[in-house]
Write a protein that binds this ligand. Structure first.
Ligand code: PBG
Length: 320
């Protein structure tokens, strides 16, 4: 007798019924770039289709996120003023704080996540304070805590530290609690690799390091046990959710981390992953939507509970 797995693939209705992995709009987070200024919506050349918005223009894109009922938006601030210690990052009227306030005022039900990092705000483009030509972990913690508290005061539901300093989650948790923000969640970038896939983002956010690279604080692409260690440490320190980043090239890491923790795990499908698909689609070499959807289902199949993606708005509504 011939055993026939193909029977289950006969019709779309049956294929849909037996599918093992499903996507839903609520599992997607859309990253948004907010730059200082007024009346600005500008293209990001290395990320076709993505824009930088001034805070007053933000409602235009937030409305789409709210309508499509995606999980939330992840806001990145691009300030006018940069200095050695990234002081615009914790300015109560800074660009990210304005963006969070506008967002919570106009769309209170939309979950707002603030990116907590210094690289967009420092003149040297590193994610922490510089001492003796390298990033000083421990003095950076206090600054990151200030940034997180200022975002929580502006109304952020979740803060997402992407700096990769050791001990950042604990420092931020203690600062939030001390300022009465016990309910603000921390979604930590626990597992973040020193990846060349961040290239387009650095153009978008103007955050490329002025000297050196980020290999002293971001992870080595060859490592996977270290990912489990980083994830467990951040969870012990109080992370409510964790991020593994990048997405597609690190599915093995995502799966391994997912199997070793009991908090929701997000995968960040980063700028380079987006731009590769866009570029090939513009050349007529790939079908953009089909490839983006397949990438998303692959990330979910590997274990992501949440997918942070520049395709979030395009894909929401494509699933059913
Ligand atoms: C900031 C930060 C980066 C990204 C998210 N937060 C860039 C970096 O570490 O250089 C990259 C996101 C993307 O490429 O989409 N530290």
């Amino acid at each position: 007798m011939l055993i026939r797995p193909r029977r289950l693939r006969r019709t779309q209705a049956i294929r849909d019924m037996v599918r093992e992995t499903r996507l839903a709009p609520s599992m997607f987070i859309y990253p948004v770039f907010v730059r200082e200024g007024k009346n600005i919506i500008e293209d990001i050349p290395a990320m076709p289709g993505q824009k930088r918005y001034s805070p007053d223009k933000l409602p235009y894109i937030l409305e789409q996120a709210a309508k499509k009922k995606i999980g939330g938006v992840l806001l990145f601030g691009i300030p006018e003023h940069k200095d050695e210690c990234g002081s615009s990052a914790w300015d109560e009227n800074g660009v990210i704080q304005q963006a969070i306030k506008i967002s919570k005022k106009e769309f209170p039900a939309l979950t707002v996540i603030g990116d907590v990092c210094l690289c967009e705000y420092t003149s040297h483009g590193h994610c922490g304070l510089i001492k003796n030509n390298s990033v000083d972990n421990d003095s950076t913690l206090e600054i990151l805590s200030r940034v997180a508290v200022s975002q929580a005061s502006a109304g952020a539901d979740i803060v997402a530290p992407s700096d990769m300093m050791d001990g950042h989650t604990l420092a931020i948790r203690e600062a939030l609690d001390a300022n009465n923000f016990q309910d603000t969640l921390i979604c930590s970038y626990a597992v973040k690799y020193a990846s060349a896939f961040y290239g387009p983002f650095r153009e978008a956010a103007g955050s490329a390091p002025a000297f050196g690279d980020r290999k002293a604080y971001q992870m080595d692409p060859g490592n996977i046990r270290e990912a489990v260690k980083e994830a467990q440490l951040d969870i012990q320190e109080g992370a409510d959710l964790i991020i593994v980043k990048p997405g597609l090239p690190y599915l093995d890491v995502l799966k391994t981390v997912k199997e070793s923790v009991y908090v929701p795990v997000a995968s960040y499908s980063v700028s380079g992953e987006y731009s590769m698909i866009k570029a090939a689609a513009q050349m007529g070499w790939l079908d953009e939507k089909k490839v983006a959807l397949e990438a998303a289902i692959s990330i979910a199949r590997a274990g992501a509970d949440i997918i942070i993606s520049y395709f979030a708005l395009d894909l929401a509504g494509e699933f059913y």
